[in-house]
Design a protein around this ligand. Structure first.
Ligand SMILES: CC(C)(COP(=O)(O)OP(=O)(O)OC[C@H]1O[C@@H](n2cnc3c(N)ncnc32)[C@H](O)[C@@H]1OP(=O)(O)O)[C@@H](O)C(=O)NCCC(=O)NCCS
Length: 185
């Protein structure tokens, strides 16, 4: 079983031009402990993401690797998504942080990693995430995923600015996309 195949941005562009797509240079895979520190460095290089401790990224690599993904190019980690199933709604994958290094942006890598999770995490029907109102790149990435799969995207209030106390943090509305449809391979 797999999700409906969505072509990469390079494949879409080249298909329009009637050409054969160059393969993307990144290998997508589940993260391991060896990636924890590199992921921490990637997040540090990707504002406005909150930088968590190295320990948090090691935990994600050890306990949640099955619902996370890294995009590696030779020895560099250029992309990472942390995600987990909602304990009370296991058919819903909560996407926590999405990071694509500046040098790798604009090639559809963020989209490809989301698609990877849809294909590799069993029985996911919905994706939830929070996106601050002014993060256009992130918003567009999730809107594009919903459009490509022809699923609805609903927005609702979630973490209000006041929930962050004295931290200068924008509100984080919730985006919920789905239901994603599985097709038999
Ligand atoms: C958000 C982010 C992950 C996007 O990664 P990316 O690999 O460049 O995104 P993609 O190439 O997959 O683009 C997906 C869509 O978003 C659009 N997009 C990407 N960057 C954009 C920008 N800066 N402004 C507007 N739209 C943008 C793309 O055009 C594409 O739309 P399309 O499918 O209609 O062509 C990346 O910019 C990033 O790491 N930013 C810093 C951290 C962050 O904000 N993370 C998200 C919050 S959790």
């Amino acid at each position: 079983m797999r999700y409906l195949f969505i072509p990469s941005k390079a494949e879409k562009n080249n298909a329009t031009a009637g050409e054969v797509a160059e393969p993307d240079p990144w290998v997508l895979r589940t993260p391991g402990l060896q990636d924890g520190y590199a992921i921490h460095q990637l997040i540090a290089a990707c504002p406005p993401l909150d930088l968590n401790s190295v320990y948090v990224y090691l935990l994600l690599c050890e306990h949640f690797s099955g619902t996370c993904v890294v995009a590696a190019r030779e020895h560099d980690v250029d992309g990472f998504i942390s995600a987990y199933r909602l304990p009370e709604k296991p058919n819903t994958l909560f996407v926590w942080q999405v990071a694509v290094h500046e040098r790798a942006r604009g090639s559809g890598l963020g989209q490809r990693m989301l698609q990877y999770l849809l294909e590799h995490v069993a029985d996911v029907q919905f994706i939830e995430t929070t996106v601050s109102p002014d993060n256009q790149a992130s918003r567009r990435m999730f809107e594009s995923l919903a459009q490509d799969h022809a699923v609805s995207l609903q927005e609702s209030e979630f973490f209000e600015q006041s929930a962050f106390g004295e931290q200068d943090h924008p509100s984080e509305p919730l985006l919920r996309m789905g239901p994603f449809v599985r097709i038999t391979a």
